[in-house]
Design a binder for this molecule. Structure first.
Ligand SMILES: NC(=O)C1=CN([C@@H]2O[C@H](COP(=O)(O)OP(=O)(O)OC[C@H]3O[C@@H](n4cnc5c(N)ncnc54)[C@H](O)[C@@H]3O)[C@@H](O)[C@H]2O)C=CC1
Ligand SMILES: O=C(O)C(=O)Cc1ccc(O)cc1
Length: 360
């Protein structure tokens, strides 16, 4: 039974883990380079300051650029303890541990709770921060199974859902689902500096949704972005390509309102965003958005389906799924197209205008 956990780094993450584990009956010890941070964590119920005996598990919740060294120090300080870190990047930290503690690698396993806030420090801690969230565990080749098992038990104790993943796979995934959104939120929010008070006063829910995480800590995020640079770069390059395409389309419409193709680029940008968003699982892994369907009567002739797909493409609609029913004895088939609900009406009108017989 793990009952003694040492949390090193008692900011947002460390204090939240400490409070959650203390409430579950774990004995939690606390350490931080900042005496104020550790005292605050104690006052918030995260545990007691320092320890005289060895913990079973050390959780390093320090910033990414020092996490590897802190892990190595803890491995050396407590030869019987297993050690994990919760940094947002996993390859860079594992490399640092490999360099600094090559003889203790079996007792180290990296991890990353996919839970957090746009605020830092113990004052922002929440006991329920991890409830229902994924906690990624990244064992490396030398990790002892007990290390992974301990982190799994701690993750479950704080209400998280543990999953194991290779560190490089983790870094590639978070480049898209966490690090790019931070860059996008910050860059969009930065534009708000350039407009008048009256303009900002018009801000509605859309800009609030898109910019919430722009309030995040620049020091932490500089370390995260630089620490995951090689995985993030290709994702940022693809985004930059799409932004450039939108910019060119806007230029073309500005220069010539009848410019052919430019509206297709704009529609595709928005439609592709719908497709990506529809893939985000609902809370607690619920399935993503359900699709709407359109039934189209298609003549049983060579080339008919190609013709239909062409007309769907011309309406800048992406087909999510397709089912074909062959009418018994008749010279026609019924094609059921699944699309995002938001494009249903547009697709119906476009296909009707193109001469197709469309059913409800
Ligand atoms: N903020 C978030 O939403 C999330 C952060 N993480 C990761 O958790 C870690 C901590 O992040 P936050 O709690 O947000 O940061 P924070 O800034 O709130 O807390 C970091 C704490 O680490 C302490 N610290 C710095 N250097 C230290 C050292 N050498 N030894 C001991 N303590 C040290 C600081 O004094 C501070 O109290 C980072 O590695 C971050 O990537 C993971 C998931 C979410
Ligand atoms: O505020 C939010 O919604 C976040 O997504 C916070 C966050 C920040 C860093 C991480 O590594 C994981 C989660």
């Amino acid at each position: 039974m793990t009952d003694h956990v040492l949390v090193v780094g008692t900011g947002l993450l460390g204090t939240s883990v400490g409070i959650a584990l203390s409430r579950k009956g774990f004995r939690v010890s606390l350490e931080d380079v900042s005496p104020t941070a550790v005292a605050l964590a104690r006052d918030l119920g995260a545990g007691t300051i320092g320890t005289d005996d060895s913990p079973d598990l050390v959780i390093v919740a320090a910033p990414p650029d020092v996490a590897g060294q802190v892990v190595a120090d803890q491995l050396a300080a407590y030869p019987r303890a297993h050690v994990t870190d919760v940094a947002s990047v996993k390859v860079a930290v594992a490399d640092a541990v490999r360099r600094s503690a090559p003889d203790h690698l079996d007792r180290y396993v990296g991890s990353h709770p996919m839970a957090g806030r746009e605020r830092s420090g113990a004052v922002a801690a929440q006991a329920d921060l991890f409830e229902g969230r994924t906690w990624v565990i990244c064992p490396h080749a030398a990790t002892a199974p007990e290390a992974t098992e301990l982190v799994r038990r701690v993750a479950e104790a704080v209400g998280a859902v543990p999953v194991t993943m290779d560190a490089a796979e983790h870094d590639a995934a978070v480049a898209t689902v966490s690090h790019l959104p931070q860059v996008a939120a910050s860059l969009v929010a930065a534009r708000l500096r350039e407009v008048s008070e009256d303009a900002v006063a018009l801000a509605g829910q859309g800009v609030r949704d898109v910019t919430r995480i722009a309030a995040s800590d620049p020091m932490l995020w500089t370390q995260i972005l630089a620490g995951n640079a090689s995985a993030l770069l290709p994702v940022v390059e693809r985004l930059a390509g799409d932004v450039a395409a939108v910019r060119d389309a806007l230029r073309r419409v500005t220069d010539d309102p009848d410019s052919e193709g430019a509206r297709g680029v704009l529609a595709t940008a928005i439609a592709d965003g719908q497709l990506g968003r529809a893939r985000i699982p609902g809370k607690h892994g619920a399935p993503p958005t359900t699709y709407a369907t359109v039934l189209v009567v298609v003549p049983d002739r060579p080339g008919s389906l190609a013709h239909l797909f062409h007309d769907v493409g011309a309406a800048s609609v992406s087909i999510e799924d397709i089912r074909i029913e062959h009418a018994r004895g008749g010279p026609v088939g019924l094609v059921e197209l699944s699309v995002l609900p938001a494009v249903l009406d547009r697709l119906r009108s476009a296909l009707t205008a193109a001469g197709w017989s469309v059913h409800e």
